[in-house]
Design a protein around this ligand. Structure first.
Ligand SMILES: Cc1cc2nc3c(=O)[nH]c(=O)nc-3n(C[C@H](O)[C@H](O)[C@H](O)COP(=O)(O)OP(=O)(O)OC[C@H]3O[C@@H](n4cnc5c(N)ncnc54)[C@H](O)[C@@H]3O)c2cc1C
Length: 383
């Protein structure tokens, strides 16, 4: 562990301020409108983010990135909470990390040039396509096939819930290239302008409404075999490795959202009066919030511990699974109480807490459910 932990320094501070200012000025003012509209101008905003260097924090400099580490990524993901719209945060982190982190790690120079560099420049948008109508937690059971034919793969099947699915230029796609089970899966980079690809229903959902979660269909889609990412039939391992970045982003999102919700609640507790005093002065709430602030700090430090593990090069699966589980489940309690503290106003969409409550319900489901996290933690702890 570094001598100062977490190892924040002046560079991180400057970077944070820049991201926070961008979120406050460019994103937060639209939080209600984009949520109501069920979309946000991702392409336009990603170009603006690209100009600030925000899309390629961990990407090597030769592909236009900043070549920085997970600590800068953490600062970025934390500050994104200031957009006050988790749909926007998800859309962004899928693009910068969840769908593309794996390209940075195992992509060929040609793949990085063709897919990663344009994402960093804000020219291409990425999605991650793993989940299918018949297989979510059970990734080893996916059935979308990629059959080899000459120099191509021919892809048939369906994906669902895909974040950015309707707007993506390419998808980091899990396909079956071999036998049933985990040893027959590969990852491919799938351009969405491929013939036979269609975007089906944009799913109408409880939260993160600004970003689409789409059903995708693949009918005899031909892509070149050079788009194979990593090794043939080795995709399951690559997906599991990529999940660590995705889940870490989930934990950071949870901590960020809880901190914002608490900040808002503490402010509200000073303004709103009942029975002749500010509601924040009722001991029942002071104690509840004292517990929540303590638990949020614990979630944050556990998340930082997972970031540290990620940076160390050792397998971070245990720490990341713990951080995702703890932050996602804690967010349900903290945000429930923050809404309750607002009384009737908490139920009104004008207040951020109503949207945050809906948005954060996703955390214990997306990117691996809390039950799956517990299975992983159990297995890695010898149970
Ligand atoms: C808004 C949204 C956005 C998403 N974005 C993406 C995306 O961009 N890309 C993508 O690929 N996927 C995406 N997903 C899919 C998401 O990752 C899956 O929904 C999630 O992994 C759970 O899979 P499932 O929905 O099939 O649930 P299931 O696997 O059917 O699980 C149903 C229930 O059974 C439980 N369960 C399953 N297995 C076990 C077990 N072994 N032990 C105990 N309990 C178990 C689960 O915990 C859950 O409670 C998204 C989902 C949503 C809702």
């Amino acid at each position: 562990m570094p001598t100062t932990f977490p190892p924040w320094n002046d560079d991180h501070k400057m970077f944070r301020n820049m991201v926070r200012q961008f979120c406050n000025e460019r994103l937060a003012p639209h939080r209600h409108d984009w949520d109501k509209a069920g979309e946000w101008p991702a392409r336009e905003v990603f170009q603006e983010m690209a100009e600030l260097g925000l899309l390629g924090i961990r990407v090597e400099e030769e592909y236009g990135g900043m070549g920085l580490d997970w600590w800068f990524n953490t600062a970025f993901a934390e500050e994104l909470a200031h957009a006050r719209n988790a749909g926007v945060v998800m859309s962004t982190l899928v693009n910068t990390d969840m769908a593309t982190g794996v390209i940075g790690e195992i992509g060929t120079p040609e793949q990085k040039e063709e897919f990663l560099a344009p994402m960093v420049r804000g020219e291409k948008i990425a999605a991650l396509g793993v989940t299918e109508p018949g297989a979510g937690s059970d990734v080893a059971n996916i059935s979308t096939t990629a059959r080899m034919d000459g120099d191509d793969f021919v892809i048939n099947g369906a994906k669902t819930y895909i974040t950015n699915g309707a707007i993506a230029d390419f998808i980091t796609l899990a396909v079956r290239t071999g036998d049933p089970g985990f040893a027959g899966i590969s990852l491919v980079l799938f351009p969405t302008n491929t013939k036979g690809f269609t975007v089906g229903k944009k799913l109408d959902k409880l939260g993160t409404r600004s970003v689409d979660s789409s059903e995708l269909a693949f009918e005899d889609c031909r892509i070149p075999q050079r788009n194979l990412l990593g090794s043939l039939n080795g995709g399951f391992i690559h997906i599991m490795q990529n999940f660590q970045g995705e889940r870490l982003c989930g934990a950071i999102m949870g901590v960020g959202a809880m901190e914002m919700a608490m900040e808002d609640a503490l402010r509200y507790g000073k303004e709103r009066e009942a029975f002749g005093r500010p509601i924040g002065k009722f001991q029942v709430w002071r104690h509840k919030f004292a517990e929540h602030l303590t638990a949020i700090k614990a979630a944050k430090m556990l998340t930082y511990h997972a970031v540290d593990k990620m940076e160390s090069g050792d397998d971070p699966t245990l720490e990341v699974s713990m951080a995702k589980l703890y932050a996602a489940d804690l967010a349900q309690k903290v945000i429930y109480d923050c809404l309750q503290f607002h009384g009737g106003y908490g139920f009104i969409e004008e207040y951020d807490i109503a949207r945050t409550y809906r948005d954060m319900r996703l955390l214990p489901i997306g990117g691996g459910t809390s039950e799956v996290m517990k299975e992983i933690i159990g297995k890695l702890s010898g149970m």
